[in-house]
Write a protein that binds this ligand. Sequence first.
Ligand SMILES: [Zn+2]
Length: 386
Amino acid sequence: MNFPLRSSTSQLRSLVWNRREFLRLAAASAVSTTFTPALRARGVGSFDRRKVVIVTFGGGARDEETFAPDAQQNIPGMIKTLLPQSTFFGQVVNHGILGHYVATTSLATGVYETFNNFSGVAPPHPTLFEYFRRDLSRPAHDAWVISPSNGFRNMGGSTARRYGPAFGAGVILPKQLLEAAAPGHPTNDFDRLLRDTYEEPHTLAAQTAGEAELRQMEEILRFSRDEFVHHALSLDSADELSVYVARQLMLQVAPSLMWITLHDIDVAHSGAFSLYLDGIQRTDRLCVEIWNQIQANPEYAGKTTMFVLPDFGRDSDGDPAGNGFQHHRTGDAASRTTWMMVLGPEIRQGAFVQRPIDSLDLVPTVGRILGFSTPLADGSVLPEVV
Ligand SMILES: [Zn+2]
């Protein structure tokens, strides 16, 4: 099912034109200070050497608060560090349902899924993790999802025949780990980390935190309960906890395919503009941190492609059906037209791609990079990436 854009062509054109202009201006003033490893010769599809990290935001941010000239101070990391090293797609259109779980899962299957956003069910179409593991005979520990939303627990594997969780990604839910690791702790110590994200899918029955989560932490992430709780106390947000867990996972397990979902920006639903801005600034910092962790880790440096993309956007101020930055329910151009940044050793740096691409193009593109096929996914391989 395809949901049409509820906007005129001229609205869309001006949105994309503005984004290109904003970034042209930013590029002119940006100085990249980050060392980029030299390109090394390697064949496409040599999965044992190449890795992919995908970072999605659950709840995008509008250009008014990010790429517009007087808002770029909110995203210095993207503008000064990531943008000069990336190929930037300025027009990524999401034609699906604008709810975070169903939209993020659609990004992972390459099909616009139509299940109830709040159901928390496994998708009916295979995820990229299943294609990856089944096609390339990769072990379970080579594909992971990290999500601050407990309702995302089923996004790692589908109900599709011949695929399914046996080929899926492990899903780490840091908030649930924390609940399991700190049962006696006063709840208010972790309120900022455990607060439910807006639009949390219903947590399915009999999935409370417990021994399984602690075993996952101790066996996979190899840190102790005390160490984990101690670190959590020093962090400001659920997204920071996720990035901390991602770093441990990269150091201990070094998966070839890792997906991190960030959700702090979506605090915008509360209507507090200052918290929304805080979320944008933190997300910007965390994206740079993830990229720096990739560069600092010999298992990843020089062989990792990173994708950064919001699942979709937010409403514009002008649409009478919406309430500006707060929600994403109008289906207007601003809420459907987002962007994507791609970085990696074989990615053209400082390039802006103006042509429209589809949110679903992610899965076949990652498949081409890692060398697996994606027979049931829609979307197309992006020639600007691979
Ligand atoms: Zn939202």
